[in-house]
Design a protein around this ligand. Structure first.
Ligand code: SAM
Length: 227
């Protein structure tokens, strides 16, 4: 029986890689990376030199078989994504399921993820929340936004910078424009910021900017919440 380690990696600040994560990455036989080149920089920074192979959303199904061959040959594998916790809007779930079905041990090494970091930083209620991840780009998007508008718990949405204004416009349309929300950008990085306000105010704020760059999480308070 071998072990598949699911290892959370930094969402921006390399110092957020835990000592246990380093220890595990140094101990395994292989490291499965979402992007071997991107992870290569981080691994090099920590002096970790292990055989890597790619494991991303386009080859995940095929690579699960490869991963299982390694585990079945009594070798341990660590799975990492480009940032944060594998499996959270990133490949990971299929690997965990296959390893468990193959009676291997799955051990998660916890660490940073953008969703909970943004949620807590938003100052909105975080005892109970809904993780939406990325909304569908086209089909089903408007319907999902309509459903989320009725949600009473705080909602966490991942969004790319070039679609932020579109999303804020859609939120204004489907939700009450005075609903409280926050945009968390570049968390743990040099230009980290958390902008709070009503959906309306956030849209105005970001419309005024020359450009919107970096990685973004949008947090929206649940229906009926007020301060
Ligand atoms: N597995 C990752 C995690 O645990 O958070 C999420 C991966 S998902 C492909 C990437 C998205 O996470 C980005 O588009 C953005 O919404 C969010 N994200 C990642 N890093 C971030 C950061 N430093 N600041 C804000 N959002 C971030």
């Amino acid at each position: 029986m071998s072990t598949l380690y699911i290892v959370a990696t930094p969402i921006g600040n390399l110092n957020d890689l835990s000592p246990r994560a380093v220890e595990v990455l140094k101990s395994v036989d292989y490291i499965a990376c979402e992007d071997t080149r991107k992870s290569g920089h981080m691994l090099q920074h920590f002096g970790i030199s292990k055989p890597t192979f790619s494991f991303h959303q386009h080859n995940e199904h095929r690579k699960v078989a490869h991963l299982m061959n390694i585990l079945d040959a009594n070798q341990d594998v660590a799975l990492i994504s480009d940032a944060g916790m594998p499996g959270i809007s990133d490949p990971g779930f299929l690997a965990v399921r296959a390893a468990q079905q193959g009676e291997h041990t799955v051990s998660v090494i916890p660490g940073p993820d953008a969703a909970t970091t943004a949620l807590v930083a938003s100052g909105l209620p975080c005892d109970r929340y809904v993780f939406e991840g990325f909304l569908p780009h086209k089909k089903g998007r408007q319907k999902r936004l309509g459903q989320l508008a009725e949600e009473k718990l705080t909602i966490v949405i991942y969004e790319s910078p070039n679609r932020l204004l579109k999303l804020l416009g859609e939120l204004e349309e489907h939700f009450e424009p005075e609903r409280l929300a926050a945009v968390a950008r570049e968390l743990t990085k040099k230009f980290e910021e958390v902008v709070r306000g009503t959906i309306n105010e956030l849209k105005t704020e970001f419309e005024q900017r020359d450009s919107i760059k970096g990685e973004i999480v949008v947090i929206v308070s649940g229906k009926g919440y007020s301060e």
